[in-house]
Design a protein. Structure first.
Length: 165
């Protein structure tokens, strides 16, 4: 209501407008609050995936709560939310991720809630999954086991090698 009276009387309030002008930026502050929910949307938006280029060789374990795209070579275990192994990529080690898409090569155990082997995939090792999709043309050597919680690492998982002996 004060702003309406100021608008109605611009002449006399012009001198007092110099003091209320700081209150005018207060009106944009609620407008700035509107982008803050938009900013709250920005943290909800997924950050871009971490990408290891084709000429990169990593020796050691990797762990991320985000997404990883491998185009190079990794010699070590990988834990991630989502892992994409590119066509030219090679991973030697255990892979544990919620979602795994294999276009390249994995040598080692693979654990994932959702596992997808594309036509160019080559996997040498056991796959423990909740859901799996294997496209025609994919190469796979090892055992496949469905589990409700394939990401857990309990002692009950070790009997997998026993039937092989």
């Amino acid at each position: 209501m004060f702003s309406k009276s100021k608008i109605n009387e611009p002449g006399p309030k012009a001198a007092s407008d110099s003091a209320p002008k700081p209150s005018m930026p207060e009106a944009p502050k609620p407008a700035a609050s509107s982008p803050v929910p938009g900013a709250a949307t920005t943290p909800k938006a997924k950050p871009p995936a971490s990408t290891l280029s084709a000429d990169l060789v990593v020796k050691g374990n990797m762990k991320s709560t985000g997404d990883i795209v491998i185009e190079g070579t990794v010699e070590g275990d990988i834990r991630a939310h989502m892992l994409t192994v590119g066509e030219s990529a090679t991973v030697k080690g255990e892979v544990v991720a919620d979602d795994v898409v294999v276009n390249g090569r994995i040598i080692g155990r693979l654990r994932g809630l959702k596992v997808r082997l594309t036509a160019t995939a080559r996997v040498e090792g056991d796959i423990i999954h909740k859901t799996i999709a294997i496209e025609s043309g994919a190469h796979f050597e090892g055992s496949v086991q469905r589990q409700d919680d394939p990401l857990s690492t309990t002692g009950g998982k070790k009997p997998l090698p026993l039937p092989e002996n």
